[in-house]
Each structure stands twice: as structure tokens, then as C-alpha cells.
Design a protein. Structure first.
Length: 149
């Protein structure tokens, strides 16, 4: 069991000297391994479309109801940009905290998204950032590397 630390996409596909050329890589860490931002070589790289026989089964994706770059307002009216599960950027310039649920989706891909707004509101009505973090920690047995947790 592994947890995905990063996803890399290549357009055009990466020239590696091997065919087929990879269009994406998954950086994964073993369960209970925490990403060390200062470590150069950590974990493994997987080409999900490569020739290796692998099986990928998603157990949990933090904030599955959000996409990278989504802009949301929290219960207190504070606006945030979602850059990754543990990487939130508030628009007010403060560098502390995490959004207080429930969340209201403001924009997705720079545009209002009425259907997705309802989905985000439903998904955050009875949970919290702490709940997402705890479920991720329980499954990975690791700690997020980001400072905004």
C-alpha cells in the first residue's frame, strides 16, 4: 500500500529512451513514510500506463469534492484557494489556519459552477478539515509535509 505524494504530467510525453514515452508519473511513498521536503530521493516513481503489472485502487482522496485551484468561502466568509489537500491559500494575506467548514464553492476553473457548489456544500455540511486530515493519517500512517495543517 502506498500514498501518492505528487502527480506529474508531461505534454509532450517525457523522452526517457524507452517506449512508450510516459505522459505522467505518480510519486508514491510507502504506508507510514512521511515526505521529507529536504530529501532528494524518497519514495518511488510509477508510470501508470507503463508495462509493469500494477493494480491501483483508490482508498481515499482528501477533499475529493474539490479540484486544484478551486476558490471557496468558509463558514466565516474567509476566501481560500485550494492548491492541494494540505495546501490552502487565504486571500486575506494571513498565512495561518485552514478553512472552517462548511465551504461554499466560489469558482472552479475561474467560473461559477452551480452544480458543483451544491456538491461542495453537501460534502462539507457535517465534517471538517480535521476529519479529512485524521482519515488520511489513519490510512497512510504518515504526516502531511505542508505547513498549513
Amino acid at each position: 500500500m502506498v500514498h501518492v505524494h505528487a502527480v506529474h504530467r508531461f505534454d509532450p510525453p517525457l523522452v526517457t529512451g524507452m517506449l512508450p514515452r510516459p505522459a505522467s508519473y505518480l510519486e508514491v511513498l510507502q504506508q507510514s513514510e512521511t515526505h521529507g521536503p529536504r530529501l532528494a530521493d524518497q519514495g518511488y516513481t510509477i508510470d501508470p500506463a507503463g508495462g509493469e503489472p500494477i493494480r491501483i485502487e483508490l482508498f481515499f482522496r482528501p477533499y475529493a469534492f474539490l479540484e486544484l485551484g478551486d476558490e471557496v468561502a468558509d463558514r466565516n466568509g474567509r476566501a481560500w484557494r485550494f492548491d492541494a489537500a494540505w495546501n490552502w491559500h487565504p486571500f486575506d494575506g494571513e498565512q495561518s489556519g485552514t478553512p472552517t467548514w462548511p465551504l461554499k464553492l466560489i469558482t472552479r476553473h475561474g467560473e461559477p459552477a452551480p452544480k458543483e457548489t451544491d456538491d461542495v456544500a453537501r460534502a462539507t455540511a457535517a465534517s471538517s478539515h480535521a476529519d479529512e486530515l485524521e482519515q488520511w493519517r489513519r490510512l497512510t500512517r504518515a504526516r502531511p509535509a505542508a505547513q498549513h495543517v
